[in-house]
Design a protein around this ligand. Structure first.
Ligand code: GLN
Length: 550
């Protein structure tokens, strides 16, 4: 047995698996369990297992897989890590996202070194040992009371099997009272009869048992609170007491999920089952945030002009950061997603933007849609509509300003047009020889020096900040003079003064953009400053104020 201790107490392990289909809110349920423990004073961390063969999420298309989340230490991770960080207000290291690619890379590396000399290297025990080793390493390094591990995908997927086998073994090695299996599965409700069908869930529990895992608690994911008949069946066929069955039903905000699960007794049940001391949870701060979120006084409408507008998950951290900003301004934030290309095909569509209180241009890669983004930014600047640009949005704002204010008509990023006569955005010098795509961008938290007396300084209230990055291109220093001469202010820079990090136009109501991604550090109750500033500006302008009122 490899018992892990924190102080005199055992570290507890909670494993969350999913059944029936993916995208049922396993990540939110996992974060919610963490929250229930955290409000009881336990220190927690969360691991996400992604059974795909990619080493990290960085090489995946956000249009299919959703956004790539960036951690402080520069990990390009699954978006669920963002959910954990937001719910639990913690910063996670990249080691908290484990993939099949990482596991195999490590095991094959050891094999080549000769670590297993003479032996046949196999999935059990070598791959499963590596998985357990990584979970325990996180437990050790994070010094927590409870480690939650969410297994991505659905029980029964071929690529998930080694991970399930590893967590099965962990029960044997860590002990019954130190491990808990949570299974979450969809309970569909038939449209015609309104009947709650538990059969798919029963099948996924059976699938889990076939692998050797008997869940300790089951969360039924359903449109409505499950009725007593469904609950009884889930308990009976799941071989667990009825008091171990919970329901995550649809609620207006994801931030309500921990509250509804705790009301059903889930927090108490988990603590008892894991032999954790019983403590009363303190939900006061969380409830206050949720109350403000659900009872806004104002409404702010944002037009998001992006490249992945068809998939809301592509912008999940941005959406959340805008909402966090909204709560701080007692405002509901309505976001409408526009494919940037529509403004290229049909510039008269720009008129649609008149209906919005703010224009937001998010991150992006490649040429598609960039001309549409530039048109939308021009519309914002010329009509003094509050504007926030993030990363590619920042770069496109520079190109727009160079073209339409400085008169450099073909100004562009070399990412879009490598032959532009005015490369106002260019590849960072250290990126020029980079051939490999995996984890080679400028990533993670870097220091930024904020210029005194600027809007940025007002928003951040500091002269030094750390923000997370993910990019290869940057403002070309050759164009700084002309941009500045025409009124563009770079109010945030890298400490050596070479990289432009924040821009603003002081004569506009709110025209602000950053090379970094403020959304990754935004939390419920403490919104990121640039997102907060943007929403506040949208509201102030809507309320007819003539000047920003911070
Ligand atoms: N494609 C741009 C770059 O690599 C912007 C990246 C982003 O928006 N995250 O610099």
């Amino acid at each position: 047995m490899v018992l892990l201790l924190r102080g005199n107490a055992m570290v507890k392990f909670i494993f969350v698996t999913g059944g029936v289909l993916s995208s049922v809110g396993k990540g939110i349920a996992t974060s919610s369990i963490g929250k229930m423990l955290q409000t009881r004073g336990f220190k927690v961390t969360v691991i996400k297992i992604d059974p795909y063969v990619n080493v990290d999420a960085g090489t995946m298309n956000p249009y299919i897989h959703g956004e790539v989340y960036v951690t402080d230490d520069g990990g390009e991770t699954d978006l669920d890590l963002g959910g954990y960080e937001r719910f639990l207000n913690i910063n996670l290291p990249k080691e908290n996202n484990i993939t099949t690619g990482q596991i195999y890379q490590a095991v094959i590396g050891k094999e080549r070194k000769g670590d297993f000399l003479g032996r046949c290297v196999q999935i059990v025990p070598h791959i499963t040992d590596e998985i357990k080793h990584r979970i325990r390493l996180v437990a050790k390094q994070s010094e927590v009371d409870v480690v939650l591990t969410e297994c991505g995908g659905t029980v029964g997927d071929i690529e998930g099997l080694p991970f399930l086998e590893a967590i099965r073994q962990m029960r044997l090695e860590e002990g019954f009272e130190n491990t808990l299996y949570v299974h979450i599965a969809l309970v569909p409700i038939l449209d015609v009869t309104g009947e709650m069908k538990t059969k798919p869930l029963q099948h996924s529990v059976n699938e889990l048992r076939r692998i050797g895992i008997q869940p300790d608690t089951i969360v039924a994911r359903s449109r409505k609170m499950i009725d007593s008949e469904a609950l009884r069946k889930i308990a009976l066929f799941g071989t667990i007491p009825e008091t171990a069955v919970f329901c995550s039903y649809n609620v207006p905000s994801i931030y309500q999920v921990p509250l509804i699960l705790d009301e059903q007794g889930m927090g108490k049940y988990i603590c008892k089952r894991l032999d954790l001391p019983e403590r009363k949870p303190d939900w006061s701060g969380w409830k206050q945030f949720v109350d403000s979120l659900l009872n806004p006084r104002f409404e702010v409408k944002i037009a998001l002009i992006g490249k992945y507008a068809g998939l809301v998950d592509s912008y999940v951290s941005m959406n959340e950061a805008l909402r966090h900003g909204g709560v701080a301004c007692q405002s509901q934030v309505l976001i409408e997603y526009f494919e940037a290309e529509i403004f290229e095909r049909n510039p008269s569509k720009l008129e649609l933007l008149k209906k919005y209180d703010g224009i937001f241009v998010p991150y992006g890669f490649g040429p598609r849609g960039t001309e549409g983004k530039i048109k939308a930014i021009r519309f914002a600047r010329e009509n003094s509509v509050p504007f926030l640009g993030i990363c590619y949005g920042f770069q496109m704002a520079v190109a727009e300003f160079a073209r339409n204010v400085c008169g450099l008509e073909q100004a562009n990023s070399t990412e879009v047009n490598p032959d532009t006569p005015n490369p106002v955005i260019d590849l960072m010098p250290e990126q020029k020889g980079v051939k490999h795509k995996g984890a080679t961008m400028r990533l993670g938290a870097h220091k930024i020096v904020v210029k005194k007396g600027t809007l940025a300084h007002k928003l951040y209230g500091a002269e030094e900040i750390y923000e997370r990055h993910r990019h290869r291109w940057e403002v070309n220093p050759d164009y700084l003079d002309i941009l500045r001469k025409h009124g563009l202010v770079f109010s945030g820079k890298s400490p050596d003064g070479r990289r432009m990090e924040i821009l603003e136009l002081p004569d506009k109501f709110f025209f602000f953009a950053s090379q970094f991604h403020g959304e990754f550090k935004s939390r419920p109750g403490s919104p990121d400053p640039e997102y907060y500033g943007f929403i506040k500006a949208c509201l102030d302008k809507k309320l007819g104020k003539s000047k920003l009122d911070f």
